[in-house]
Design a protein around this ligand. Structure first.
Ligand code: ARG
Length: 270
């Protein structure tokens, strides 16, 4: 199978103020030291890699007091140039929603400030046909409905059941078009059945790779940027004709995020 890369447009946020001062997922431990300078250096390598791969990367200014703002994927969901803002479940992250929305508003995008909780591309992942929507830990069904109405894409609700995989983008990735990869153990039995029915050719990943954040990846149709320790995922991707590129984001993992979490895709109107 020949794969082709299509340049992407991303939004990222430098982890200038990154720290782990609260715990809202099982990966976060405020007692563990975080090296902010190392986090910035690792993040910069990811940024530079995207530029080398030919992607356009815009930056949003990091705000003091919002250490999780580096996880740009949670900031919004952008489809056909329409921007659904994020509404966070946890008070610690609440101010990120308006900050991201303002970035888009200032640049002339059509925006919606949502009423119900949705944590952006953390829980809303677009395939050619569907908007796959995670719930159970953060985003809620009413937020999915808001997404479907505003973005005009059919939402498929998926129930997450393992707290380690609290966002959909920690358990499932869209590689290209209708090609997805996921860790079945993160989903309820009914959601697993839905995924099997809609995506019979999906790449299935085991627990070890999921724990290494191997599903938290950003692909362009050929190149797939993955966390370095997810070696099993790299092998699976190679076997499917993709080109995996490993990145060390160990410091950002302490906040419970990796490659995809740091990357918000901007899909312009066509
Ligand atoms: N500390 C952040 C939180 O728990 C990490 C978010 C990771 N982002 C993601 N897209 N999964 O909200």
């Amino acid at each position: 199978m020949t794969r082709t890369a299509r340049p992407r447009h991303y939004l990222m946020c430098r982890p200038t103020h990154f720290e782990v001062s609260y715990a809202i997922n099982p990966w976060m431990d405020p007692a563990k030291p975080v090296d902010t300078a190392l986090a910035v250096a690792q993040w910069e390598r990811l940024y530079e890699l995207y530029v080398e791969l030919g992607h356009r990367v815009d930056l949003i200014d990091p705000l003091p007091g919002l250490p999780d703002m580096v996880y740009a994927a949670n900031g919004a969901t952008v489809v056909d140039g329409r921007v659904l803002g994020a509404r966070f479940r946890n008070a610690e992250r609440a101010a990120e929603g308006p900050a991201y929305l303002e970035w888009f508003r200032a640049r002339g995008f059509t925006t919606l400030d949502p009423v119900h909780v949705n944590e952006g591309e953390g829980d809303l992942l677009l395939t050619d046909r569907y908007l796959l929507a995670g719930r159970g830990f953060r985003s809620v069904s009413a937020g999915h409905a808001e997404a479907q109405e505003f973005l005009g894409r059919p939402v498929i609700g998926l129930d997450l059941v393992d707290p380690r995989f609290y966002h959909l983008d920690t358990a499932l990735s869209v590689l290209d078009g209708e090609q997805i990869m996921y860790y079945p153990g993160a989903f309820s039995a009914g959601s697993r059945a839905v995924l099997r029915r809609l995506f019979p050719d999906a790449v299935l990943v085991g627990e070890e790779d999921a724990e290494a954040f191997g599903l938290n990846v950003a692909g362009d149709g050929l190149n797939v940027v993955i966390p370095e320790p997810a070696t099993g995922v790299a092998a699976r991707l190679r076997a499917h004709g993709y080109r995996p590129i490993g990145m060390d984001l160990s410091e950002l993992l302490k906040g419970g995020g990796s490659v995809k979490c740091c990357t918000l895709e901007i899909r312009e109107a066509v």
